[in-house]
Design a binder for this molecule. Structure first.
Ligand SMILES: Nc1ncnc2c1ncn2[C@@H]1O[C@H](COP(=O)(O)OP(=O)(O)OP(=O)(O)O)[C@@H](O)[C@H]1O
Ligand SMILES: [Mg+2]
Length: 402
């Protein structure tokens, strides 16, 4: 028997499903809401983590206070401290006025730190302090300020791994993880999958003013057996695609199968090439882009290596000296002719730049393709391309795609 309170929350937050671990997660959220304990919500991408901090806020004594959701992965490293903790006038170039920062603004309320695993280490230190003592210091200030904020964080990344790799502070992890809430992946949820499908199908039927799509028995079986790497978000997207495209509203397994991507580009290449994929052409092209994308990263790293070797020899480095230390973010600028005699002469340099623009095109196309595949979802795109969300945002900006 589902508690009536849980039933109400499901309705209010439009959460579909009866899978016990999902109901348990809602129950824990409600129980922990009135306390001020930090909560860490974990679960794969697309499982529905975003409703939980809202449930916690709404059922807490802070519900009349502010609720601020921050996507830590989307804020550039250079400005994240100032966005979160504010800054003084003139703290850095461009800091024309003073800024309060989310921790100041959310005083008395809740901050949801989404993708918390993406926080830079320096920001993690500030966050730990605010969690432990409620104290923070604005960028460019020396005055300690106080705030009373409840923190709910979420991540789809493996924080334990990030800790072992030195990218995430262990003390912060334990502080955030006072109460863990785990959201189960869709593939585990059994009959909930079809329940969700029916809900989405009926929503899209209404939205597009068409009869609702329905699944044959074999299609229902396929729906349950599929892995759903993008979880509920993917199911929703696919239901929308089928609702729009298929004129025959009865969907059999074959039709459904044609909408389910098989190739997992983050797995290794040989396995992909032998995979029994009906959309062979599509996936081969994707594989090629992915390989070229990796190659571009290798080439930029190589360039940096050459640059380092050459600078160590004290030689001028015309062809490669424009590159920053961050090998993933190399933006070549047009070389200037100098009278010195560099090891790579001007001729070579031009070839470099030309090659680079080809590679950049490849990279751009790869990013666009994967973005399209995930219907604009940046997190899934970054995962598939094996780059961080922050790097993806930077590249989108670099190519004018943001
Ligand atoms: N149980 C559910 N019932 C109805 N809709 C759901 C459910 N779970 C997720 N959704 C829908 O699926 C989509 C993805 O959910 P959400 O954005 O919360 O994922 P997430 O876990 O935050 O993923 P990410 O880690 O990629 O940010 C949203 O449109 C959400 O409304
Ligand atoms: Mg999310």
């Amino acid at each position: 028997m589902v508690k009536p309170e849980i039933q109400q929350i499901k309705q209010r937050f439009e959460i579909i499903g009866t899978y016990p671990p999902l109901l348990r997660a809602i129950d824990v959220a409600v129980q922990v809401a009135p306390t001020d304990l930090s909560v860490l919500i974990t679960g794969e991408s697309g499982v529905g983590k975003e409703s939980f901090p809202q449930i916690i806020h709404q059922f807490s004594r802070r519900k009349h206070g502010r609720y601020i959701a921050v996507n830590c992965g989307a804020i550039p490293e250079g400005t994240i401290d100032s966005e979160l903790f504010g800054h003084e006038k003139g703290a850095f170039t461009g800091a024309i006025g003073e800024r309060k920062g989310y921790f100041g603004e959310a005083n008395g309320g809740t901050i949801f730190l989404d993708e918390v695993g993406e926080l830079p280490l320096s920001t993690q230190a500030r966050l730990l302090r605010v969690l432990e003592s409620g104290e923070f210091i604005k960028v460019g200030s020396s005055t300690v300020e106080k705030t009373d904020v409840r923190i709910v964080a979420a991540t789809n990344a493996n924080l334990t791994k990030a800790i072992s790799e030195g990218r995430f502070r262990e003390d912060l992890y334990y502080r955030l993880n006072t109460i863990p809430i785990q959201i189960p992946p869709l593939r585990e949820r059994g009959s909930d999958i079809h329940l969700l499908f029916r809900k989405f199908a009926s929503d899209f039927a209404e939205k597009y003013r068409m009869p609702s799509i329905q699944l044959t028995d074999d299609a229902k079986e396929l729906l349950q057996a599929y892995r759903w790497p993008g979880n509920v978000r993917q199911l929703k997207n696919i239901t929308e695609q089928i609702s729009i495209i298929e004129t025959n509203r009865e969907i059999n397994a074959e039709v459904l199968d044609s909408y389910l991507p098989k190739a997992n580009l983050s797995s290794n290449l040989p396995a992909l090439l032998v995979s029994n994929d009906s959309k062979t052409f599509e996936s081969e092209r994707e594989i090629l882009y992915k390989v070229l994308f990796d190659m571009r990263q290798d080439v930029t790293e190589l360039k940096k290596l050459v640059h380092d070797i050459m600078s160590n020899q004290g030689k001028p480095t015309q062809g490669v000296s424009y590159y920053t230390a961050d090998a993933q973010l190399l933006t070549p600028v047009a070389p200037e002719k100098t009278k010195t005699s560099p090891i790579i002469d001007y001729q070579d340099t031009e070839e470099y730049i030309e090659d680079d623009s080809i590679l950049e095109n490849v990279e751009k196309t790869a990013i666009l393709n994967v973005l399209k595949k995930y219907r604009g979802n940046r997190k899934q795109t970054a995962e598939e391309l094996n780059i961080s969300v922050r790097t993806l945002y930077r590249k989108l900006k670099e190519y004018g795609l943001d």
